[in-house]
Design a protein around this ligand. Structure first.
Ligand code: ADP
Ligand code: MG
Length: 692
């Protein structure tokens, strides 16, 4: 029986029921499956060196003849050595294997083998420890670039490599090609067979690079085709026509909108007039004035007689938004209400009744806005603020709350999100970029300060307060209230934060008004402290990251961040955005006692720039997409080959190609697109929770 991609692995020599089970754990059942099991790295075992020329401190192949019968010695329980001498010409090498007694039976005196390992020198003696080896001339695992696979207990790399070798040699014929020929030609991509062969068993690193490039492109292309289709369908879905005049709205604002705000509002106004459902992302750095833009959306909805829901990531922020909206839009007759998890009992019942009766125009809240039992009379618009994980799935869930016609959706982005990720998470949205800060801001200046300067830092706090300013001191704390856009940085427990606040209040600043706010306070208590800080009745606010997103106190001019090394760069940038919101020069002091040069280097990047996008890219590069968003679901599908940070250029290329292809064949109906269509459907089915 010739091997095919469907041959079960258990039918192959060397794979019994035990191993078959273990392979299954890796998701591998058939020979074809192994083609998808990609190496994590490669060992260059092509060249064989003479012992005396072996490169220093780096593994290589040497060919040598076994010069004596191997000897085993038992050092102690659980530790045995096999030692043997091997010769190449005039040179001898002593080879030691730990706990591999069977090798005594394998290596035959007088036979030549290729050993792969590091040759060490001591005086003029040569040594190797635990090298891989095979008989000279076998050429299976030496003389090649060897793929090194992710493994599981009981499955050796040689076994895995043997399987992919068979798959690559025996069953690549007729491997279906998902990329249309034209796309391959336009983007100089090799064929699928070539790619599969060379990602496993490349003859050279150039071929490996070609193979990898194609597979990365393919993966990203399938994904972006799916997103382009999603966007295409969205663009066609009908939306209510809502009329809002930007000039008329601007008259309600206590300031003249910036050019960027105006452009964003124009974009929104055009979407709302178009008769199609709006799906727009407004992306802007902290303090760029997104709230006013959101208010424009809410105002337009109310004026057109439909309801608007404004969702914030935390209760604190929802409360602040409710106040701002009430102040801004109340005079224009917009009826605003606040719904959070802590609105309960009678109050909640009354609110829900008013909502269902259409007596509320704008409902501000947390995700409670879309919980069970919240019925709108006529929900026409949904605005999500500072929700950078507000991905495709969440937006779809919202769309279902609309009556018949899907509501317009406006996402105010959790600021700097790397472009790469935005393409994926928001790939189906139109985007407005707010790249301009309101006038009169001075950039926050950021310093890295060590523990030894703590007293000076306290002196600085006192000085700022003396000048009438207010100060934030942020501690990384573990919190249950994970409603924020970010994973909480691990750090002190709340007891420690409370103790620190007391220490500051009683010993360090007995003459100042020190407040404390954290996620486990009752909402009312939190609100009271924040309101007091807002009114200038608290000089120093000790807090956990609950203050992170969106809180607006223009008089605050100094932020101290304790244990700064425990936060991600983007999160620090968000935090720092709480200061520098008024006319005063503002500072952010990153306290750290970390001696790690890498950690300090990371923090210095933050001192060097105020550009949130640049910081986000850096953060992504350093930590990868998972960590960028924290451990929770980040709204991205798992990729097999591509790397969101490293393959950004290729992502852009794939996205452009996908947009073009989907524009020409929206439903991928052409025969040449059949397999592509299947792949897209597969990917979206596998990630059903991400894409609807
Ligand atoms: P973010 O984009 O971070 O949500 P906000 O909407 O909270 O920013 O705005 C930050 C601060 O800037 C607020 O105090 C807001 O009143 C003020 N602001 C917004 N737009 C302007 C403007 N065009 N001119 C002056 N101040 C503005
Ligand atoms: Mg905001």
């Amino acid at each position: 029986m010739p091997l095919t991609r469907d041959t079960p692995l258990i039918e192959l020599p060397g794979v019994g029921p035990q191993r078959a089970k273990r392979l299954e754990k890796l998701g591998l059942r058939t020979l074809g499956d192994t083609l998808d099991h990609l190496p994590q790295r490669y060992e260059d075992r092509r060249e064989s060196h003479a012992l005396r020329d072996a490169p220093e401190g780096q593994p290589c192949c040497v060919t040598a003849m076994i010069a004596e019968t191997p000897r085993v010695s038992y050092i102690r329980r659980g530790l045995s050595l096999v030692k043997v001498k091997a010769a190449d010409g005039a040179d001898l090498v002593t080879i030691t294997f730990f706990n591999q007694d069977y090798i005594r039976e394998v290596l035959r005196r007088g036979d030549s083998y290729v050993f792969y390992g590091t040759v060490e020198r001591q005086g003029n003696q040569l040594f190797m420890t635990n090298p891989a080896f095979e008989r000279e001339g076998a050429g299976r695992y030496t003389g090649v670039i060897l793929p090194v696979y992710p493994l599981t207990a009981g499955i050796s790399n040689n076994l895995m490599a043997g399987l992919t070798r068979r798959a690559v040699d025996g069953c690549l014929d007729g491997l279906p090609e998902a990329l249309p020929a034209q796309v391959r030609k336009d983007h100089r991509l090799c064929q699928t067979q070539f790619a599969r062969k060379n990602i496993h068993w490349p003859a050279s690193f150039e071929e490996l690079a070609m193979a990898r490039r194609r597979l990365v492109f393919e993966e990203l292309f399938v994904l972006t085709c799916g997103l382009a289709q999603l966007k295409g369908r969205r663009d066609q879905s009908a939306g209510r026509v809502l009329a809002g005049n930007v000039e008329e709205f601007a008259a309600l604002l206590p300031f003249a909108p910036t050019g960027a705000q105006r452009r964003a509002m124009d974009g929104i106004a055009a979407d709302l007039r178009s008769g199609r459902a709006m799906n727009r992302l407004v992306q802007g750095d902290v303090g760029s004035g997104k709230t006013a833009v959101a208010a424009f959306g809410a105002w337009t909805a109310a004026k057109s007689g439909v309801q608007c829901a404004l969702m914030a990531p935390t209760e604190l922020l929802a409360e602040q938004h409710a106040r701002t909206m009430e102040a801004l839009l109340g005079p224009a007759g917009v009826r605003t209400a606040l719904l959070t998890g802590s609105v309960k009992g009678k109050e909640r019942k009354a609110l829900l009744a008013a909502l269902a009766a259409g007596e509320i125009d704008l409902l501000v809240g947390t995700h409670a806005l879309f919980s069970q039992g919240v019925e709108y009379r006529d929900l026409g618009m949904v605005i999500a603020d500072e929700q950078h994980r507000f991905g495709v799935a969440q937006r779809s869930a919202l769309a279902e709350k609309g009556q018949g016609t899907p509501p317009h959706v406006l996402v105010m982005s959790a600021t700097p999100i790397p472009r790469t990720l935005a393409l994926i998470i928001y790939g189906d949205l139109d985007v407005s970029i707010m790249d301009e800060l309101p006038p009169g801001r001075t950039p926050v200046s950021t310093r890295l300060v060590g523990e030894d300067k703590r007293q000076r830092m306290y002196g600085y706090v006192r000085k700022q307060v003396g000048e009438g300013r207010q100060v934030y001191i942020v501690c990384p704390a573990v919190e249950e209230n994970g409603g924020g856009g970010w994973e909480e940085a691990p750090g002190m427990d709340l007891k420690a934060v409370t103790a620190y606040a007391r220490e500051l209040r009683e010993r360090v600043f007995p003459d100042l008004r020190v407040g404390l706010v954290h996620g486990r306070l009752k909402p009312k208590e939190k609100e009271d402290v924040m309101a007091a800080f807002h009114r200038g009745e608290v000089d120093v606010l000790v807090s956990t990251t609950v203050i992170e997103v969106g809180v607006d106190v223009p008089n605050a001019s100094l932020m101290i961040i304790e244990n700064a090394e425990r936060f991600g760069l983007s999160q620090l940038h968000q935090l720092r955005g709480r200061v520098g919101r008024g006319k005063h020069q503002s500072w952010c002091i990153l306290m750290t006692s970390s001696r790690s040069e890498a950690a300090r280097e990371r923090l210095r990047a933050l001192c060097a720039t105020n550009d949130g996008f640049q910081i986000a890219e850096e953060d992504l590069r350093l930590r990868g997409p998972g960590d960028f968003f924290g451990k929770r679901q980040h709204g991205l599908p798992q990729l097999k080959v591509a790397d969101f940070a490293a393959d950004m250029e290729l992502l852009k290329e794939a996205q452009a190609a996908a947009a073009e292809l989907v524009a020409a064949d929206p439903e991928l109906k052409k025969p040449a697109h059949r397999l592509l269509k299947k792949r897209v459907r597969q990917l979206f089915d596998e990630n059903a929770e991400l894409f609807h």
